[in-house]
Write a protein of this length. Structure first.
Length: 88
C-alpha cells in the first residue's frame, strides 16, 4: 500500500488574467466601431466589420446609426461575460 505523502504531485499552474473594463470597451467602440471591439471580442469585431462595411456603403453611412450602437452593446456584453468567467 502506498503512502499518500510519498506520492509525487505535479506542480500546480495558476493563470492570472486581469478583468477588462466595460467603460474602456464602450469608449473604444464609440470612437472606432468594430475596430474598437477588438478589445473585447475578436470574433465579434470580424462579424461587425463584415456587416458594417457593406451597410455603410449601401446606405451612404446612414446605416451606421444602427451598427455603431450594436458594436457598443456587443462589446460591453462580451467584456461582462469574460469578467464573469474569470470570477467563476
Amino acid at each position: 500500500m502506498e503512502n499518500p505523502q510519498n506520492k509525487q504531485s505535479s506542480p500546480q499552474t495558476i493563470i492570472v488574467k486581469k478583468e477588462k473594463s466595460i467603460g474602456i470597451s464602450l469608449l473604444l467602440t464609440f470612437l472606432f466601431g468594430p475596430l474598437g471591439m477588438l478589445y473585447s471580442t475578436v470574433i465579434g469585431a470580424v462579424v461587425m466589420f463584415v456587416i458594417t462595411i457593406p451597410v455603410a456603403i449601401f446606405t451612404a453611412g446612414l446605416g451606421l446609426i444602427l451598427t455603431w450602437p450594436t458594436c457598443m452593446i456587443w462589446g460591453a456584453i462580451a467584456v461582462n461575460n469574460q469578467n464573469k468567467q474569470l470570477t467563476h
